[in-house]
Design a protein around this ligand. Structure first.
Ligand SMILES: Cc1cc2nc3c(=O)[nH]c(=O)nc-3n(C[C@H](O)[C@H](O)[C@H](O)COP(=O)(O)OP(=O)(O)OC[C@H]3O[C@@H](n4cnc5c(N)ncnc54)[C@H](O)[C@@H]3O)c2cc1C
Length: 569
């Protein structure tokens, strides 16, 4: 079995992965860097980000205010040292990205435009029309092409981390074009694999967001942090889950119920449509429960009304919203309100990292949505995530590069044997087995339903126990999974099986952590424990692998200057 080798291996070609690669070159220009991605990098989920990226660029704004908004938004579960570092570095990153070619939208006076976003006290979200992620990823990708030392393995699927003697020493990768499975050995490995919205049935996330990196880190013994916090975005299109960006409310859109009321008056009068996502999602569900939502064959929804903004503003600032609404629900937002409902959007939790992206597993780094640093705590504010990819992608890329300088490649018999074992697991467990009876799509659907039912916006002890039981049963049935395609070339059936395998582990961690957190905080709304309980639960939860499923440990929250107080808007 041949092994490929490099100094730094980055898994993921989205905003975090590409930013990290460029940062690593800055540390050592001749470092041999490989970026592996299961899709061509420009197809990473970052490309679909719409609304914007937050940074303090205006005189009326301040470092402390952005910190406070983020910490309050997180329901006081963010690590405040990480937030301070994040807010400090954000403006530099946003300006640098412009120098790398990102076409930020501008005001008439030439300044970079900023818009309002949920939970932010002032306008500080920088944007490129409503295709911010597309432009950011393009700029990062094109900039990365300047460096010959950044090699790319596009359309390679990473299946596991290779660990030797307590160190991460590489990965096993499946070259999708040939079906070959090979070890890729590296001095440092970095996960930038994004989130896992596809664990749920109704999500804004692309199909590739299956939590692969979280599951691989967990299996390799690295802890996952704060997995219980899954963000619902209040405004997805019914039917598809396609996102209608928060920028539509930032630019002045209103939410109405069936009775024509701006119902947020009842829930968050101080902020209305510019409230944070967890509160708005719960408000919409409460309206549904009170019988004040609209209903059609796609279920219950409320209206997002942009008609008062006028055609000019919509075309200039929200052209993609107009396009999506007309293509996917057949309405023109210049004249009609858009039907919307809460939809799974983002995972606050992930691979536990320090501020430099390092994990407790030596040699392993993580950044972007797969990681939990944590600046998002129990609820992320919209537009902080793209900035997080830039800031912590940059720091992690530098730290991983320095680690690679300080250590050698490990290419031992043990590592080769572990890679061969992984190859056998895939060949015998999936490709060559004849007796499987369970269908991937069936198990996946049942997992998604179990997650939404018991571990969705509202949770109780009973619902979580039931979900955990269902997940354990699905895990057993997965052992009997059957794939139809036995081919070597672009075997998407095999990829779907491996992704489901990952999702089942991540789902277990989410449900397990939600069960032990007996309080309501941010995105975790426990009906049986409706209050936040700082005395018992002002801590992170780490999920560690064990024979019986995830084992939980706690970790203190770092508080620097903002003492926890009631989260009021
Ligand atoms: C529709 C939508 C709109 C959004 N809008 C905004 C916004 O306006 N502002 C904001 O701040 N945030 C927004 N977000 C969130 C934000 O876009 C993401 O959190 C962020 O882009 C994640 O970037 P990333 O680099 O961590 O991962 P991604 O961009 O998801 O990239 C993951 C990479 O990992 C690779 N990968 C994954 N698994 C494997 C594997 N097993 N083997 C090999 N490669 C693998 C993929 O190929 C991909 O290249 C939005 C999210 C969505 C879904």
């Amino acid at each position: 079995m041949d092994a490929l080798k490099c100094d730094l291996l980055i898994v993921g070609g989205g905003a975090a992965g590409l930013r990290a690669a460029v940062a690593a070159v800055g540390v050592q220009p001749d470092l041999d860097i490989v970026v592996v991605s299961k899709v061509y990098p420009m197809r990473s989920h970052t490309v679909s980000a719409e609304g914007g990226t937050a940074a303090v660029l205006r005189d009326y704004d301040s470092h402390d205010l952005h910190c406070f908004d983020t910490i309050r938004g997180s329901d006081y579960l963010a690590d405040q040292d990480a937030v301070e570092l994040f807010v400090d570095t954000a403006p530099k990153e946003v300006l640098q990205l412009e120098h790398w070619g990102c076409p930020w939208s501008r005001d008439r006076d030439g300044r970079i435009s900023v818009r309002a976003f949920g939970g932010m006290s002032v306008k500080r979200t920088v944007f490129a029309s409503d295709k911010t992620g597309f432009h950011m990823l393009h700029s990062l990708f094109q900039h990365s092409l300047r460096f010959a030392r950044i090699r790319r393995f596009d359309e390679w699927f990473v299946t596991s981390l290779l660990v030797d003697d307590g160190k991460c020493v590489g990965v096993t990768g499946l070259d999708l074009a040939t079906g070959r499975i090979q070890p890729i050995l590296a001095k440092s490995v970095m996960l930038c694999t994004g989130g896992g919205g596809k664990i749920f049935p109704f999500t804004t996330n692309g199909n590739i967001k299956t939590g692969d990196g979280m599951a691989m880190a967990y299996r390799a013994g690295a802890p996952l942090k704060d997995m219980e916090f899954v963000q619902y975005h209040p405004t997805g299109l019914p039917g598809t889950g396609i996102l209608i960006t928060e920028a539509s409310r930032g630019e002045g859109g209103y939410l109405f119920n069936r009775e024509g009321e701006r119902f947020l008056e009842r829930y968050i009068p101080g902020k209305m449509e510019l409230g944070p996502r967890d509160i708005l999602s719960r408000a919409i569900i409460s309206e549904r429960q009170a019988g004040r939502a609209f209903e059609d064959r796609h279920g219950e929804y409320v209206h997002l009304d942009l008609t008062h903004l006028g055609e000019k503003v919509i075309n200039e600032k929200l052209p993609f919203v107009r396009e999506l609404a007309s293509k996917y629900v057949g309405i023109d937002p210049v004249y009609q309100p858009i039907p919307v409902r809460p939809v799974v959007h983002y995972m606050m939790g992930g691979v536990s990292t320090a501020n430099d992206g390092s994990t407790p597993l030596e040699g392993l780094y993580a950044a972007g949505e797969v990681a939990c640093v944590t600046i998002n705590g129990a609820n992320r504010l919209g537009s902080n995530s793209l900035t997080e990819c830039l800031v912590f992608g940059g720091f992690a890329g530098e730290a991983a590069a320095r680690h690679a300088q300080s250590t050698g490649l490990v290419d031992s018999g043990r590592v080769r044997a572990a890679a061969r074992k992984e190859e056998q697991r895939i060949e015998q467990g999936f490709l060559h087995r004849e007796d499987g009876t369970e269908r991937i799509s069936g198990l996946r659907g049942e997992m998604q339903t179990a997650m939404e039912k018991g571990c969705g916006v509202y949770r109780t002890r009973d619902s979580l126990l039931e979900t955990t039981r269902e997940l354990a049963e699905l895990r057993e049935r997965f052992a009997d999974v059957r794939i139809d395609d036995r081919g070597k070339v672009f075997n998407t059936d095999l990829v779907a099986a491996l992704e489901l395998d990952f999702m089942l582990d991540v789902a277990r961690c989410i449900a397990g952590a939600a069960l032990t957190r007996e309080e309501s905080r941010g995105a975790q709304a426990r009906v049986d424990f409706p209050e936040r309980d700082d005395e018992q639960f002002l801590h992170h939860q780490l999920s560690l692998i064990s024979e019986e499923g995830p084992r939980l440990e706690t970790q203190p929250v770092t508080i620097t200057r903002w003492a926890p107080e009631e989260r009021k808007y």
